[in-house]
Design a protein around this ligand. Structure first.
Ligand code: GDP
Length: 197
C-alpha cells in the first residue's frame, strides 16, 4: 500500500464520541516511550503526524487519523505511566476497555513491545486481557536498530515462549525500527490484506 494521504481527524474522550464506525480501523497501543509516535509517523511517512496526539491534553484521548480516505489509524494512550493517580488509571482503563470491546469497526490492535527488553509483566498482562476479551491483535517489537539482532530475536522468542504457555495460537508479530523504516512494508501489507476482507 502506498500512503497517499494521512491526516489527523479528532481526539475523543470516549468510544461513543469517536467518528462514525464506517471504515476499517487499526489501533496502536503500548507502554509509554515504547516508540508509538515514531512508529505511526514512520508508517504514515509523515514526520510529525503523531505529534498531534502526543501534544498536551491529547495524550489521554482516543486519537483518530484517516489514511488514504480509506481506513482509520488510531493512536491510543499508552499504559505503564509511573506518575499516574489511581483515579486517572481507572479512567484510562474504562476508556480503553470500552473502546476495545465496543468499537465494531476495529480490525486489529498493534501492541507495541520494546525489543530491547526481556518480557515485561505489564505487556504480558495486557495481551492476556485482549485474549480474554477475544480482541484480535498483532505484536510489534519496536526499536530493533538499538539492539544487536541476536538480542532482538532472543527477546521476541522469550515473549512468545511465555505466551505459548497459555495461548493455543500465537499472534503474528512484526519487528520494526522507526529510524530504519524496518517493518513498514510488512505492516502496510498486513493492513491491505485485512482491508480486502
Ligand atoms: P511513545 O512515547 O511511545 O510515542 O515513544 P516515541 O515515539 O516518542 O519514542 C520514544 C523515544 O524512543 C524517542 O526518543 C524516540 O526517538 C526513540 N525511538 C522510537 N522509536 C525508535 C526506533 O525505532 N529506533 C530508535 N533508535 N529510537 C527510537
Amino acid at each position: 500500500m502506498k500512503i497517499k494521504e494521512a491526516a489527523y481527524v479528532i481526539s475523543s474522550p470516549s468510544v461513543e464520541q469517536c467518528p462514525k464506525p464506517d471504515k476499517p480501523e487499526y489501533a496502536f497501543i503500548g507502554r509509554s516511550n515504547v516508540g508509538k509516535s515514531s512508529l505511526i509517523n514512520m508508517i504514515c511517512g509523515r514526520d510529525a503526524l503523531a505529534k498531534i496526539s502526543a501534544s498536551p491534553g491529547k495524550t489521554k484521548l482516543i486519537n483518530h487519523f484517516i489514511v488514504n480516505k480509506e481506513w482509520y489509524l488510531v493512536d491510543l494512550p499508552g499504559y505503564g505511566y509511573a506518575k499516574i493517580s489511581q483515579s486517572e488509571r481507572k479512567k484510562w482503563e474504562k476508556m480503553i476497555e470500552d473502546y476495545l470491546r465496543k468499537r465494531e469497526s476495529l480490525v486489529n490492535i498493534f501492541v507495541l513491545i520494546d525489543s530491547r527488553h526481556m518480557p515485561q509483566k505489564i505487556d504480558i498482562e495486557f495481551v492476556n486481557q485482549l485474549g480474554e476479551w477475544q480482541i484480535p491483535f498483532t505484536l510489534v517489537f519496536t526499536k530493533a536498530d538499538k539492539e544487536k539482532p541476536g538480542a532482538v530475536d532472543r527477546h521476541v522468542k522469550a515473549f512468545l515462549d511465555i505466551m505459548r504457555q497459555t495461548w493455543q495460537f500465537l499472534p503474528q508479530s512484526f519487528v520494526t525500527s522507526a529510524t530504519k523504516k524496518q517493518g513498514r512494508d510488512e505492516i502496510l501489507t498486513f493492513i491491505t490484506e485485512c482491508n480486502k476482507r
